[in-house]
Design a protein around this ligand. Sequence first.
Ligand code: NAD
Ligand code: UFG
Length: 336
Amino acid sequence: MNILLTGGTGYIGSHTAVVLAEAGHRVVLYDNLCNSDVGVVQRLGQIMGSPPALVQGDMRDGALLAQTLRVHAVGAVIHFAGLKAVGESLVQPLAYYDNNVVGTLRLLQAMQETGVRTLVFSSSATVYGEPRYLPIDEAHPTGATNPYGRSKLHIEQMLADLAASDGGWKIACLRYFNPVGAHESGLIGEDPRGVPNNLMPYVAQVAIGRRQRLSVFGDDYPTPDGTGVRDYIHVMDLALGHLAALDYLGALSGWHAFNLGTGQGHSVLEMVRAFEAVSGRPVPYQVVSRRPGDVASCYASADKAHQLLGWQARRSLTEMCLSSWRWQQNCENTPS
Ligand code: NAD
Ligand code: UFG
């Protein structure tokens, strides 16, 4: 099948492109490159044998989206494109609603116009807000705590309304927990612009010497070592979850939500130690005050994805750190 990946040159989209190509699909990437580099396409070509098609365009350009869906005879869309920095969303909420919500609306209109009605959407564990119980299953109440999270929630609701209005739509919302790691080749991975917001890229940059030390945001949480606990999932396992969701939608219509996580929580200090062990480099840190909006612990129940999609995360914490370290070393040698 021909599959359009919006945000396809980004971190998760590029890894999913590899998995889909390996499964025999033809991928077309659609991206405005606001948070990724065009060099990803050539590096994907090294992994996949030939570079995928890239359409450089914005999600809010409905005409270009419709044209792309037609020209490439697209059968399904995986929608990764979006802005994703929680802090930035508090400062620029309208940019987040415009890019994420309006961008998705334009995509849905273009899909409706061209008769493409299979969609996998990149949602987030952030739609659960403050965890009321752990592990978080899909029945957990939703309620986001910042504009980024609310943009995801609005989109999920829009997708549910659309599926309810017309039984031809097949929609899966995949609620990612904390994606980390990189493709085993070390050719693609996550290389955030500026200061990383997320733990793993920060740790990797400290290990390589690009940054002096990690700030650990609080060690007084009610967790085993006092630092925050999250469900880190290898990006290649996450990518495989998209393939499983597409297969599932082949047989079923309607709107479906799935958690993609490992079901295991790891603390910040556990992550630091695991990274030090695989890299052989020290990761100096200092404990600072809590980051506003952070919760103590957040991890998934991934039972629904296991039961209905036949999908399970398999890669270990060591593999997450090793692949991330390999990518960080390559990144340092060949900056994009
Ligand atoms: P990313 O920034 O690496 O990739 C997103 C891509 O979308 C980028 O290449 C960017 O250039 C593109 N893009 C953004 N706005 C666009 C627009 N208006 N038009 C066209 N292209 C546009 O992010 P990622 O980590 O790969 O995340 C992919 C998706 O997964 C996002 O929707 C994000 O919210 C979601 N998600 C990510 C995480 C995470 O921790 N990485 C967690 C949960 C959910
Ligand atoms: N942390 C630090 N120092 C850092 C960065 C993070 O101590 O420099 C800690 C955080 O306090 C937290 C843990 O590391 O305890 C993980 O933080 P991340 O920023 O990597 O991830 P979050 O769980 O806070 O957020 C991520 C995505 C959000 C998404 C959320 C839920 O970044 O977009 O998961 O899916 F909403």
